[in-house]
Design a protein around this ligand. Structure first.
Ligand SMILES: C[S@@+](CC[C@H](N)C(=O)[O-])C[C@H]1O[C@@H](n2cnc3c(N)ncnc32)[C@H](O)[C@@H]1O
Length: 340
C-alpha cells in the first residue's frame, strides 16, 4: 500500500537534511552517498579556502556559510543532522577549575550555539583518540554534559578504520547525540569486518618516480631511524615507531609536514626504494574509490592535508547505516490523508 492509498497514514518519509560543519572535503556527504538514506545537504561551514574550493567542486550548489564562529543560526534553514569533525582545543582550565563547563573560545562552543538554536534531531561529531585520554578526558566530559543538558542522549565510541575493511590504523572518537531518548539497546558500533584488502593492494601499480627518495636521502633515513629498508613486498614504514609494519596496515594518515609515512618497496638493481604516499593512495586509505573525489586540480600538500584531517568515508557510511537502522532518520507528522 503506498502513502496515498493509506488514508490513515500520518507518517511521511522525507529526505534527511544535513548541515555539514568543519566540512573539509565533505566526508559526511560522501559517506551518506554510500548509503541508501535519502538526504540533501542544506549547507556547509568551512574556513580554509582550499577546503572550500574542494568542497564546492564535489558538492556543487550547497550553501556556503563560511567561518562557523560568524554564523547566525537563524540564517541557516532547518536541518535534521549536524555533522562535524571539529578541531579540538582543550577547554578553558579556569572555567573547569571552577567546576563550570566553559566552552567559550573553543569551536565546540559554536556547535552548541548552533545546535542549541536549531535543535537538529541528530548530531554526529568526530575527533582524535586523544579526546578520550586522561589529558583531554575533561573536554569529552564537557561535550557530553553540554549536549545532555540540551536534551540529547549521547553515545561515544572509539572506532578504528582497520576494523571496517580499510587497512589504516586510524582511531577516532565518534560522538552521536540524539534529541530525545535512544532505545536502551542502541549501539553506535557497526559490525566489524576482517580486512580483505591490505596496504599493498591499495598502492599505485606504477608509482610516480618523483615520489621516491634519492639514495642519499634513503641513507639519511637509514641512519636516523635505524632501519635497513629491505622488504619482500611493498610495506608501510612507520617512522614514528622506527619500524616497518608487517601487518599489511598503514599507520594513520598524517599531514605531509610530519614526514612520518613512507612506502618501502623491495630493492631494485641493488638500490633501496623508499617513497612518499601518492595522493591517490591517501584517498584510497580514507575509503575512496579512484575517481570518487574530484581533486579540483589542487596540489599534493593541500590534498594530502585534507585526507589527513578528513573522515574515512567507508567507516562514516557504516556509522550512518548503524544509526539509521536503529532510529528513524527523519519523520514528519503529516496531515492524515482523510483530512487533506
Ligand atoms: C578535522 S577537519 C574536518 C574534516 C572533515 N570532517 C572532512 O571529512 O573532510 C576540521 C576542519 O575544520 C575547518 N575549520 C577550522 N576552523 C573553522 C571555522 N572557524 N569555521 C569553519 N571551519 C573551520 C578546518 O579548515 C578543517 O577543514
Amino acid at each position: 500500500m503506498n502513502q496515498k492509498d493509506n488514508k490513515f497514514s500520518r507518517i511521511k518519509q522525507k529526505k534527511l537534511r544535513l548541515f555539514e560543519a568543519f566540512a573539509g572535503y565533505g566526508g559526511a556527504s560522501f559517506a551518506l552517498r554510500k548509503t541508501n538514506i535519502p538526504f540533501e545537504t542544506i549547507g556547509f561551514s568551512e574556513n580554509d579556502k582550499f577546503a572550500v574550493e574542494l568542497y564546492k567542486r564535489n558538492h556543487p550548489g550547497v550553501a556556503d556559510f563560511g567561518d562557523i564562529t560568524k554564523i547566525d543560526p537563524k540564517d541557516i534553514p532547518d536541518f535534521d543532522l549536524f555533522t562535524g569533525g571539529f578541531p579540538c582545543q582543550p577547554f578553558s582550565q579556569v572555567g573547569l577549575g571552577k567546576g563550570e563547563e566553559d566552552t567559550r573560545g573553543t569551536l565546540f562552543y559554536d556547535i552548541i550555539r548552533i545546535c542549541g538554536t536549531k535543535k537538529p534531531k541528530h548530531i554526529l561529531l568526530e575527533n582524535v583518540r586523544g579526546l578520550k585520554t586522561n589529558k583531554h578526558g575533561k573536554t569529552l566530559e564537557t561535550i557530553v554534559s553540554k549536549l545532555t543538558k540540551m536534551g540529547y542522549d549521547v553515545v561515544v565510541e572509539l572506532l578504528n578504520s582497520k576494523n571496517y575493511g580499510i587497512p589504516q590504523n586510524r582511531d577516532r572518537v565518534w560522538i552521536y547525540a540524539y534529541l530525545g531518548s535512544l532505545p536502551l539497546t542502541f549501539d553506535l558500533q557497526p559490525p566489524q569486518q576482517p580486512l580483505d584488502v591490505f596496504f599493498k593492494d591499495l598502492l599505485d601499480k606504477d608509482p610516480d618516480e618523483e615520489l621516491f627518495k634519492d639514495q642519499q636521502q634513503v641513507e639519511r633515513l637509514k641512519e636516523l631511524y635505524k632501519l635497513d629498508f629491505i622488504v619482500n613486498e611493498p610495506s608501510c614504514a612507520d617512522l614514528y615507531n622506527k619500524t616497518i609494519r608487517n601487518d599489511g596496515i598503514s599507520i594513520t594518515i598524517l599531514e605531509p609536514h610530519h614526514n612520518k609515512m613512507r612506502v618501502v618497496h623491495p630493492p631494485k638493481n641493488g638500490k633501496l626504494r623508499v617513497r612518499k604516499y601518492s595522493i591517490a593512495e591517501h584517498f584510497r586509505l580514507m575509503g575512496f574509490k579512484d575517481g570518487e573525489i574530484d581533486f579540483a586540480d589542487q596540489g599534493y600538500n593541500q590534498l594530502c592535508k585534507r585526507a589527513a584531517n578528513g573522515w574515512d568515508i567507508n567507516l562514516a557510511s557504516r556509522i550512518f547505516k548503524q544509526i539509521f537502522k536503529q532510529v528513524e532518520a527523519v519523520t514528519v507528522r503529516a496531515k492524515p490523508a482523510y483530512l487533506a
